[in-house]
Ligand binder design. Structure first.
Ligand code: TRP
Ligand code: ZN
Length: 500
């Protein structure tokens, strides 16, 4: 485009902008000539969780400032209280008339868009228009739809970056995912375990809750003096205490999927160390961990630096820090929260290797759709297999053989690994058949091509997301083989593989 025509376009834009400013708010829907201003989608387009994430914008950064009051001692109910201010920097990816954030079980008190306060209004019925800058909330547990809608004014042009401030509060409970498993901001007697896979971050902050919208984070978590709040990344400064409340500051400058956010609170002991390469390790271990579990946990955590060195075969550790949060309560599983996984009651050696491997497989490279979850769990389980072999315990081959010893008529083989359904995300086959798929692939294409492919996978999709089709294409390329039949048998057929 010539300088002259760019200038003329700017004049046209300025005139159009002026007309918009002068026009009554109600007529702001379409700007002459440009794309219309429309509502961003209420979901990211994931068939398993249609209302998770949102459309029309991309969040670049979250500043989460939360004050948390843990429950009173038993027999008081296991309910806490959260008061939050979330400041989001987001970029419109279309001309936006309004947009949604996901927020479940919290009440919004105030919304600002670029400093301008929005009015709270009741949810409008279909086709009804709302005047001016406004927000409303829909909370439908039965439909699993929890949406905060914000109507900015002026509306936001594609490409523009705006700052959205949401002040909110609520009682914290013990939320459950679609399978009935505890997740999200899980209130515990001494604090909270915050583990939000797949879409539980919306239980504690307004978010575009889908891995396709990664962002950076900063945290200021205020808790009663004596409690410790641990989030992702590194301390941004020393904690400060005023009038019986301590604020903990954390910064997570590496792009992060929302389900990997944590801000766990407990009676933690903090321990700092580093890998030989100088990567900071921060572990938080709850005072209430039993002596037997503490011995196991300490032995496992002491191996983290060596494990990170072992996983270097897949590329350098992808984030600014590492470590663990070991709570004395349990949600029934561990989660690979970015840089700092959360463990329930104990951190066993295999689980620590598993969660560390997720930092590459799942966190640096995240699922594009939740149907792609085997790419997280298969790789993390495969890493456990090769670590076991490295340590002189069962070999990867032995563990593969154990999977293949499962009889063909066992329901284990009924899961389609690459499309398990929303109720099947964490089934055994996602982990074990997923890992067996990787091991079988390695056997088929050879160690060199397999490792080159694994490294290429991480490097190519780092900071983003990838899907099963991307995986298949990449390994066909690195191996130079047609693997259609192989992937069909292993990933897309609900039967025990017999030939591949
Ligand atoms: N992704 C976790 C891991 O493998 C496990 C997990 C998350 C999970 N949510 C779950 C397991 C729900 C069972 C049920 O480390
Ligand atoms: Zn896992």
């Amino acid at each position: 485009m010539s300088a002259g025509s760019r200038w003329r376009r700017n004049v046209v834009a300025a005139v159009v902008g002026l007309v918009v400013l002068l026009a009554p708010a109600a007529s702001v829907g379409v700007v002459g000539g440009g794309a219309p201003f429309v509502a961003g989608a209420s979901g990211a387009g994931d068939p398993y969780f249609p209302f998770a994430g949102n459309g029309g914008y991309d969040v670049q950064h979250y500043d989460l400032d939360v004050t948390y009051t843990p429950p009173a001692p038993a027999p008081a109910p296991l309910t806490g209280r959260l008061d939050g201010v979330a400041t989001l920097r987001l970029r419109a990816t279309q001309n936006l008339d309004r947009f949604n954030l996901d927020l479940r079980g919290m009440e919004v008190d105030r919304v600002l868009v670029d400093g301008g306060q929005a009015r709270k209004v009741p949810p409008p019925s279909d086709g009804e228009t709302v005047e001016g800058r406004a927000y409303w909330q829909v909370q439908d547990d039965a439909a699993r739809t929890w949406e905060l809608t914000i109507q900015p004014r002026p509306s936001i042009k594609a490409g523009r970056v705006v700052r959205v401030v949401v002040r909110y509060h609520g009682d914290t409970t013990r939320p459950r995912d679609i399978e009935g498993v505890l997740y999200g901001w899980v209130t515990t007697r001494d604090g909270a375990m915050v583990v939000s896979e797949p879409e539980g971050s919306m239980t504690w902050y307004p978010v575009s809750d889908h891995p396709t919208d990664k962002a950076t984070y900063r945290f200021e978590i205020t808790v009663p003096e004596g409690k410790v709040a641990v989030a992702n990344g590194l301390p941004a400064r020393k904690p400060t205490t005023r009038q019986g409340w301590t604020t903990w500051y954390w910064r997570a400058p590496d792009l992060q999927a929302s389900y990997l956010t944590t801000a766990s609170v407990g009676d933690y002991e903090l321990r700092r160390s580093e890998t030989p390469a100088g990567l900071p390790i921060i572990d938080a271990v709850d005072d209430g961990v039993t002596p037997a579990n503490l011995a196991t946990t300490n032995a496992s955590l002491a191996l983290q630096a060596e494990m990170i060195g072992f996983l270097d075969q897949f590329g350098h550790y992808p984030f600014n820090s590492a470590g663990a949060i070991v709570d004395d309560d349990s949600v029934g599983y561990a989660l690979e929260t970015q840089t700092r996984p959360v463990y329930s009651r104990v951190a066993s050696e295999g689980t620590v290797m598993h969660e560390l491997a997720h930092q590459w497989f799942g966190n640096a490279v995240s699922p594009y759709r939740w149907a792609d979850i085997w790419l997280n769990e298969g790789w993390a389980t495969y890493a456990e297999w090769i670590w076991s072999e490295e340590q002189g315990r069962d070999t990867a081959q032995q563990q593969f053989d154990a999977v293949m010893a499962i009889p063909a008529d066992d329901p284990f083989w009924d899961t389609v690994v690459a499309d398990p359904g929303p109720l099947g995300l964490f089934l055994g086959p996602i982990y074990d058949r997923g890992a067996a798929t990787l091991y079988a692939l390695r056997t088929k294409i050879g160690d060199a091509a397999f490792l080159a492919g694994a490294r290429r996978w991480v490097a190519r999709y780092d900071d983003g997301t990838a899907r099963t089709a991307d995986f298949e294409a990449l390994f066909e390329r690195v191996s130079g083989q047609d693997l259609d039949e192989f992937f069909d048998v292993w990933l897309h057929t609900p039967e025990k593989p017999t030939a591949w």
